[in-house]
Design a protein. Structure first.
Length: 202
């Protein structure tokens, strides 16, 4: 019995599809750039946790503020903003510099009394500790994220996984096992959406 075969596209058809794909990507890129210019303004996110990093001017301080605010982003927005303010207050106007100076006991003292639902002082102390360790290791969070973004990466998940792994290296097993601490290190490759990690990249 002779097997039937499908009709294969010709070389010219494949070429047309490739050109159209490039054109569509360019149009999409232009649309996103225009949308970003139009809407990426602090006054439009006044009621959103995304406002928190805009309080700082230095990139590394924005990274720290964004990571903390994103990790605390569950519950009502006013509650999230209060929690982010409380967590960032001990770090002052230049949180990255302060984290670089802090030892474990300093982290514990700075986090004393913190509570946002199931994130407790011990968890926030661990967050300070791993951020400080990452800053000492790489000078910022972006290099740790970029280390996972290979040329064949289809989305940001490899970068988030690399960042998580790098941050986790600065915690003890007991710290990393805490429920509240794990909320800051949710798996980018797991079945969940890892919404807080993706929010951090915004």
């Amino acid at each position: 019995m002779q097997a039937t075969s499908g009709i294969s596209p010709s070389g010219s058809q494949v070429g047309v599809v490739a050109v159209m794909s490039v054109m569509m990507r360019r149009k999409l890129g232009h649309f996103l750039e225009v949308a970003y210019t139009q809407y990426a303004r602090p006054e439009l996110i006044a009621s959103d946790p995304l406002q928190v990093p805009y309080r700082y001017t230095r990139r590394v301080d924005k990274e720290v503020a964004a990571f903390i605010a994103a990790g605390l982003s569950f519950g009502s927005v006013p509650t999230i903003l209060r929690a982010a303010d409380t967590a960032l207050a001990p770090l002052g106007e230049r949180p990255a510099e302060r984290l670089l100076e802090m030892k474990r006991e300093d982290c514990e003292q700075a986090a004393k009394g913190f509570n946002h639902r199931w994130i407790f002082a011990e968890d926030m102390a661990a967050v300070y500790q791993m951020l400080g360790g990452a800053l000492k290791e790489a000078g910022g969070l972006e290099p740790l994220f970029a280390a996972g973004m290979t040329s064949d990466a289809e989305d940001v998940r490899p970068g988030l996984a690399a960042l998580n792994q790098a941050l986790g290296r600065h915690l003890s097993e007991a710290q990393a096992a805490r429920r509240g601490t794990r909320y800051f290190l949710s798996s980018a490759n797991g079945p969940g959406a890892a919404k807080r990690l993706h929010m951090f990249t915004r």
